[in-house]
Design a protein around this ligand. Structure first.
Ligand SMILES: C=C(O[C@@H]1C=C(C(=O)O)C=C[C@H]1O)C(=O)O
Length: 363
């Protein structure tokens, strides 16, 4: 017992030190904020934040062999930085709502809980919130490992001049939520089209009698599940506690490797961090070899493409544009040269932005 008391006393001392250090850190951030305001610099510095994350991962793994789990450390530092930043300037973030959607989860993992969040009813509205400066940034879904791309988001970049400033990748874990206490009581399952598709096999096997009904979002499905008797929703764990619903079945997605990628959109350009990605759109003439010649620009300068997606141009029937993600930053010499060559070989190139690659791919 004495030993236990002694160890707890040590923990108390450490906690006191942590609080003291956090307060000292907050004061320094405030001072930095004043300097940035005086010099007219951007208050939010994601490139600097990225450096901090990389450094603490290194210290924690090499020096301390991860006695304290790195994943937890990253969450804690996300919140520390989010709080320090909010002392300099509160960051406003619009996301595809309502509350507790996966986009909301992605946004809070990226910006932390001290940011101000604005739920927007559609992807177009997220873009509009940022375009009109009601939000500093927006967060929208762009692709899922099981269901493919979110076309609406890609198409928005054809008309909007907003830039991609970051990406977030989160695992999608889907749960069956309800006010009922047993699966046998459920007659209807509500969810977003993609979430229903991702659980198709599980639903056929475990609840073949239910009606499946599409909603605009997983969060909207929860609102309905709260009101309607004998109904349920497929949504996230965050949604379960936000809407006070019982979790009747956990992880019901058919593919355990189910991830969604989200884009952070804004008006600024991001500096090079060394682990960046660049997204762009290009259009080619409707003639043999046009796409081949365009893609050769990347091959000749040794640029690795991570994604290519074709979408109708919306200007002419059967006219296509190509969305490309590549490794590197436009400040990298080989990327810059590849894009110059691409411009000379295509009808149109629109740069959507260079940004730091997602930090946590699997959490
Ligand atoms: C303190 C700063 O401002 C913000 C807060 C940061 C932090 O808490 O470490 C880092 C980058 C900025 O987004 C800074 O620019 O260094």
């Amino acid at each position: 017992m004495e030993e236990l008391e002694r160890l707890r006393e040590k923990i108390d001392q450490i906690d006191e030190q942590i609080v003291e250090l956090l307060n000292r850190r907050a004061q320094l951030a405030q001072q930095i904020g004043e300097i940035k305001k005086r010099l007219g610099l951007e208050i939010h510095a994601p490139e600097r934040e990225r450096q901090i994350f990389e450094k603490i991962i290194q210290i924690n793994t090499q020096r301390y062999k991860e006695t304290f789990p790195t994943k937890a450390l990253l969450h804690i530092f996300r919140e520390i930085i989010s709080a320090c930043l909010s002392l300099e300037k509160p960051i406003k973030v619009a996301y595809l709502g309502p509350k507790a959607t996966f986009t909301h989860q992605a946004a809070s993992e990226y910006f932390g809980l001290s940011a101000q969040y604005i739920p927007a009813p559609s992807i177009r509205d997220v873009f509009q919130e940022v375009e009109t400066d009601r939000a500093d940034y927006g967060v929208v879904p762009v692709e899922n490992t099981t269901e493919g791309v979110v076309n609406y988001t890609l198409d928005m970049f054809l008309e909007s001049d907003l830039r991609i400033v970051g990406e977030i990748v989160i695992p999608i874990r889907l749960h069956l939520l309800s006010t009922c206490t047993d699966i046998s009581q459920i007659k209807k399952v509500f969810s977003h089209r993609q979430a229903l598709a991702q659980c198709r096999m599980w639903l056929e096997k475990n609840m073949p009698w239910v009606d499946l009904i599409e909603t605009e979002s997983t969060a909207r499905a929860c609102e309905i599940a709260l009101e309607e008797e004998a109904s349920s929703a497929i949504a996230s764990e965050v949604a379960a506690y936000t809407y006070h619903l019982h979790v009747l079945a956990e992880n019901i997605q058919d593919n355990p490797n189910n991830y969604t990628r989200f884009l952070v959109i804004g008006k600024r350009s991001m500096k090079k961090t060394g682990k960046d990605k660049t997204s762009l759109i290009f259009a080619v003439k409707d003639e043999p070899g046009a796409l081949y010649r365009a893609l050769e620009s990347f091959y000749l300068y040794n640029v690795n493409l991570t994604k290519i997606e074709s979408r109708p141009s919306k200007k002419k029937a059967w006219d296509y544009v190509f969305f490309v993600d590549l490794e590197g930053h436009t400040e990298d010499e080989h990327v810059r040269e590849a894009i110059e060559l691409l411009k000379s070989r295509t009808q149109m190139v629109k740069l959507l932005g260079s940004y730091p690659r997602a930090l946590i791919q699997e959490s």
